[in-house]
Design a protein around this ligand. Structure first.
Ligand code: MN
Length: 487
């Protein structure tokens, strides 16, 4: 993108933007990254530029846009954080420092995930903009992922799906959550992605066409009843959340009513309920599908009225009715509160105060609620398989788990002494990938010393890896001692 085009977009998004600051940050970062290339061969500066562009699209303030442009300067160029601070002041310097400090968030099992989450919250407690810059940075990296080698692609995409997306969801930034998931999805589950596209594309196109016609009818009805609506439009469901929903419904597309949902935005809460009533007069609702998330918001703050109706044309359509404010919250979550310019040191604005309260509440939840942690575990290990012991006990394991993981899950000693396995009564190699429904029987050799070191590359679960590693460390120590004794 050309400099002019970028600056034009900023002005378009924020007419009151401090263009002098943004232009200075632009030129400073472009010069600092001069000569550097991305893996794709494109000039490096395209990356911070795209990051800042997204931040402007989210209507973040001047300091955040400038920090987006400068976010990789201290880490990847000769220019230091001190220079950034000198040139652009405390606030921009603080944001750049925050993004740099946050560094890479890596997915390494549940413990690490929770650590990352805490780091995120600490950074957020200081300034939510740091997190939003990090999200914009990650989205652009995902958009340009195809330039990286396959193993790296998958790792980055997996991290995005398992750390970044749940956190965006937790913060109620639905727009970012959806983008991250849809970008990562084809890299993490390529076959499932192809299957989904193949399955839904025709149906989705038909549904989109129909919803467009139907939205005209709804606009007409609302006008007749003097409901001042702001917009009525169809919205195709994000692919990854569609995929997860399909898995919950035995992959049966006819069970999914919000493939393309109709979103109605009105000016106030009482018009939300009035709209619902009017629509039900014309289109009978499906039983049990009316949800009042206005009176009872979702845990992440989401508010809307949902209903699913039969239309004259014999179609089934899901509708979401909400106010403009609720819509803003749903798309931008707590980031919505940063659309207003804040001067550092100024007294806390009302928006910020509300947000700080929300944050305190979330942190408390994380510390207090075992239940929340449990739900997190289910969230991140989205792809689990269920296998059976010969006695019929169900064991829940991650996808691609092996008989060795299974053995360690039963008991550490069974893991150490595991010498073979039968899956569905057939002898199989120990690195076989288990599938849901498999009956797994582990064979134990009492005389076996312990695991082989190559098991480290075979096992999938964190706990099996830990047990194998612990045993190997212990053996190495003993060997060393023996050697010393001999000497
Ligand atoms: Mn970056």
């Amino acid at each position: 993108m050309k400099r002019e085009e970028f600056l034009h977009f900023i002005k378009e998004q924020r007419s009151d933007a401090d263009m002098a600051l943004i232009e200075r940050a632009y030129d400073f970062a472009e010069t600092a990254h001069q000569g550097q290339l991305r893996k794709s061969g494109a000039p490096y500066f395209e990356h911070p530029q795209a990051t800042a562009y997204k931040l402007a699209g989210l209507r973040l303030d001047d300091a955040a846009i400038a920090a987006g442009l400068l976010h990789d300067v201290p880490e990847d160029t000769n220019r230091t954080l001190d220079e950034v601070r000198q040139q652009f002041g405390k606030e921009v310097g603080f944001l750049v420092e925050g993004v740099t400090k946050l560094g890479q968030l890596k997915y390494r099992g549940i413990q690490r995930y929770l650590e990352n989450l805490r780091r995120m919250f600490v950074a957020m407690a200081q300034d939510i903009r740091v997190i939003v810059i990090k999200f914009a940075d990650r989205i652009h990296n995902l958009e340009t992922l195809s330039a990286l080698p396959p193993d790296k692609r998958r790792r980055i995409a997996l991290e995005s799906l398992e750390i970044y997306a749940p956190i965006a969801n937790r913060l109620g930034i639905g727009d970012i959550k959806g983008q991250i998931e849809d970008l990562a999805f084809p890299y993490v589950y390529p076959e499932e992605y192809d299957w989904l596209i193949d399955k839904v594309s025709v149906t989705r196109r038909q549904k989109e066409k129909y919803v467009q016609i139907f939205s005209g009818e709804i606009e007409h009805i609302l006008t007749e009843h003097h409901i001042p609506y702001i917009s009525v439009h169809g919205r195709a469901k994000h692919l990854y959340s569609l995929y997860k929903k399909l898995l919950r419904h035995n992959r049966d597309l006819s069970q999914i009513y919000d493939l393309v949902a109709l979103r109605i935005i009105v000016d106030n809460v009482s018009h939300c309920y009035e709209t619902l009533g009017i629509i039900h007069k014309f289109c009978p609702p499906l039983k049990g599908r009316i949800k009042d998330y206005i009176a009872q918001p979702k845990p992440n703050g989401y508010q809307s009225l949902h209903t699913t109706v039969f239309t004259d044309a014999g179609e089934i359509v899901e509708m979401q009715i909400r106010t403009a404010g609720m819509h803003e919250e749903a798309e931008y979550g707590i980031a919505a509160h940063w659309h207003y310019k804040e001067t550092p040191g100024a007294s806390m604005s009302k928006e910020r105060y509300v947000w700080v309260q929300q944050l305190a509440k979330m942190q408390k939840e994380i510390q207090d609620e075992e239940q929340y942690l449990e739900s997190l575990k289910i969230d991140i290990f989205q792809t689990r398989i269920f296998v059976f012991t010969p006695r019929g006990d169900v064991i829940d394991m991650p996808e691609d788990a092996t008989p060795i993981d299974f053995a360690y899950h039963i008991h550490t000693d069974i893991g150490h002494k595991c010498s073979g396995a039968k899956v569905n009564d057939q002898l199989v190699p120990l690195d076989t990938r288990l599938k849901s429904g498999d009956v797994v029987e582990v064979m134990v050799d009492k005389h076996r010393q312990g695991p082989n070191s190559d098991w480290l590359n075979i096992v999938k679960t964190h706990s099996a890896k830990r047990h194998v590693q612990a045993w190997l460390n212990k053996r190495n120590d003993q060997d060393r001692k023996k050697l010393l004794d001999k000497k």
